[in-house]
Design a protein around this ligand. Structure first.
Ligand code: FAD
Length: 320
């Protein structure tokens, strides 16, 4: 009898493993992230949105820059309102609380109902416009380095972070830019997959995988433990923002910024994911926006990146 030479288990993708299909809208922005300060009546608004397909990846880096802008805008002892409770709002609130601010997070949805909760998430700077000026591109590279440094410093068990090998088939496009800035070691060619797979082997790289359900829960616990408050609230007009008690507001409302701040550069990129029963595989497979990630609560099969598509429901044809 021939024994298996494979180091990793083969995924079970049979129909009886199917749990659900989900759909999320990535908050993209032409020209790159908006990270700046605007005056709205008596309020200072610090914008922190446009994280596209890698908001988890860059969250801590943009939180740091947004907090620097708050430092410039705030008077001693000011309370700060963080608008939005996705990964960007929570990391920003956590950073501000660590700097000694009193923080209230306002959001119309709970964290586990946000786009952020749908992401896998793989630590990978994809699906984002790095910016339309050399200064913005340089800022983005610094954001990546800063964010990765924080991810590496966290208690991996509590925040649900693990470094895993990611395998790519031969035909998948090599995205050299992902490895050029030094945050991820370049891929190594492989001549076989260490699991059963019919595709031709291409290469392997290692990066962090973030079990996002656990990660977001830990961030929310941090915010509350540091004295932050969470308030459910939907904003439909700027007057509602002007009516808040806080003088400094940090806008982390992602796609919500388009309507509230009239930012026509903001657009959605739709992604559909299939959740299978969880399987402890220890590796991921990546082929652009097609992938398989072993999250602790589901084996996640993706995906797609449909720009300008605002339909937030999964369609059966894609799931099949
Ligand atoms: C299918 C899919 C896969 C992905 N995979 C990855 C990945 O592997 N790695 C990675 O790094 N990223 C990934 N992403 C991208 C990542 O999920 C996003 O970049 C990130 O979630 C953006 O976070 P956010 O906090 O800006 O937005 P959101 O999570 O959308 O949070 C926005 C917040 O603002 C609030 N809000 C909005 N409008 C209003 C309003 N008018 N009033 C009150 N509150 C409001 C919402 O309630 C919410 O709390 C993926 C995304 C999708 C859809």
């Amino acid at each position: 009898m021939k024994t298996s030479i494979h180091r990793y288990p083969t995924p079970n993708l049979s129909d009886d493993q199917f749990l659900r299909a989900v759909c999320g809208l990535r908050p993209c922005r032409h020209g790159g992230l908006r990270l700046d300060r605007e005056q709205l009546g008596s309020k200072s608004i610090i914008h922190n949105y446009g994280h596209g397909g890698c908001g988890v990846t860059i969250s801590f880096g943009t939180a740091d820059l947004a907090a620097n802008l708050v430092d410039q805008a705030a008077q001693n002892g000011d309370s700060v309102a963080v608008l939005g409770a996705g990964v960007v709002g929570l990391t920003t609130a956590r950073e501000l609380l660590n700097r000694g601010y009193r923080v209230t997070i306002y959001a119309d949805k709970s964290v586990h109902e946000t786009t952020s909760s749908l992401a896998g998430a793989l630590w990978l700077p994809v699906g984002i416009d790095f910016g339309d000026t050399p200064a913005k591109i340089q800022r983005m590279l610094e954001v990546l380095k800063q964010s990765q440094a924080v991810f590496c410093s966290l208690d991996s068990q509590r925040y649900g972070i693990e470094k895993i090998p990611i395998y790519e088939p031969e035909q998948s496009a090599t995205e050299a830019h992902l490895f050029e800035n030094g945050t991820i070691d370049p891929p190594t060619p492989i001549d076989s997959f260490p699991f059963q797979c019919q595709a031709k082997p291409g290469r392997m790289f290692q990066t962090q995988f973030i079990h996002n359900n656990r990660f977001l829960s830990a961030l929310q616990e941090d915010a509350l433990a540091l004295g932050g408050e969470i308030c459910q609230r939907k904003f439909t007009t700027q007057d509602q923002l002007i009516g808040l008690n806080e003088q400094v507001l940090v806008n982390c409302m992602a796609l919500g910024s388009r309507a509230l701040f009239g930012d026509k550069q903001v657009y959605a990129a739709r992604g559909v994911l299939v959740h299978m029963k969880p399987q402890d595989l220890g590796y991921g497979i990546h082929d652009g926006f097609k992938y398989m990630f072993p999250r602790n609560d589901a084996l996640i099969l993706g995906g797609c990146f449909h720009e300008y598509d605002w339909d937030d429901q999964p369609d059966q044809a894609m799931v099949d």
